[in-house]
Design a protein around this ligand. Structure first.
Ligand SMILES: Cc1cc2nc3c(=O)[nH]c(=O)nc-3n(C[C@H](O)[C@H](O)[C@H](O)COP(=O)(O)O)c2cc1C
Length: 207
């Protein structure tokens, strides 16, 4: 069945998690998703990957080109403007299969937790919760303050799932990409999408 998701990228460290999530969707999950990138998300991506994207479109083009070098994409993306609080994802009548915020800054996490909707990412998350649709956040900070911990607890109580940006090492990752695939796979699994991005623990079958 085709999947229709909302993928948001904010300014926490961990741009590679977003890249692997979008790659996995493109390569393995038929459907169409909206993508929203905060200005800080684009900035942190540039800092971490050595790119110099000025516009969200350049980022998405980079993702799509890297996928199409390997296979034909089965998932398409529609960019929505972070500032456009009237975009499709802002509406409760936009039926979708879930929203993932990867990575999720503590600022965006705090806003959603407290019902503050000052941009399209926060609004779409607020609407996703009120419509009782799946919301997954991948926060990153170290160490956590009590405020961060309380916000994560409240957001979980409100129905969201917190997938910490803490990849497992029992699969013996050989690269940063392996770590990215681990988190992407966890996010998709919470959204009910099983994609084999690496060999599962205790799985004896060949790759
Ligand atoms: C290089 C860099 C790394 C950052 N890493 C984190 C981080 O890991 N976690 C976090 O919560 N904020 C981090 N920030 C700060 C956020 O980008 C900042 O709070 C921003 O206002 C978040 O806005 P957004 O949620 O709209 O993307 C980082 C900023 C920069 C420039």
């Amino acid at each position: 069945m085709e999947k229709n998701l909302i993928i948001a990228i904010t300014g926490a460290s961990g741009a590679l998690y977003a890249r692997h999530l979008l790659h996995a969707l493109c390569m393995h999950v038929p459907g169409k998703s909206s993508v929203i990138i905060s200005p800080s998300g684009l900035r942190v991506c540039n800092e971490e990957t050595g790119t110099n994207f000025r516009k969200d479109e350049e980022y998405l083009q980079w993702i799509q080109e890297s996928v199409s070098r390997k296979s034909s994409p089965v998932h398409s993306f529609q960019l929505e403007d972070y500032r456009d609080i009237g975009a499709r994802s802002a509406s409760g009548s936009n039926s979708h299969d879930g929203m993932a915020i990867v990575p999720c800054s503590m600022k965006t996490l705090a806003s959603i937790t407290h019902g503050i909707t000052q941009n399209l990412i926060e609004r779409a998350a607020d609407v996703t919760l009120k419509e009782r649709r799946p919301l997954v956040v991948v926060p990153r900070e170290a160490p956590y303050s009590l405020i961060h911990l309380r916000n994560m607890t409240s957001l979980t109580e409100a129905g969201a799932t917190v997938v910490p940006a803490s990849p497992g090492f029992y699969q013996k990752p050989e690269s940063l990409d392996d770590l990215g695939r681990f988190i992407a796979s966890r996010v998709l699994s919470v959204l009910g999408i099983q994609v084999r991005l690496f060999k599962p623990w205790l799985d004896e079958s060949p790759e």
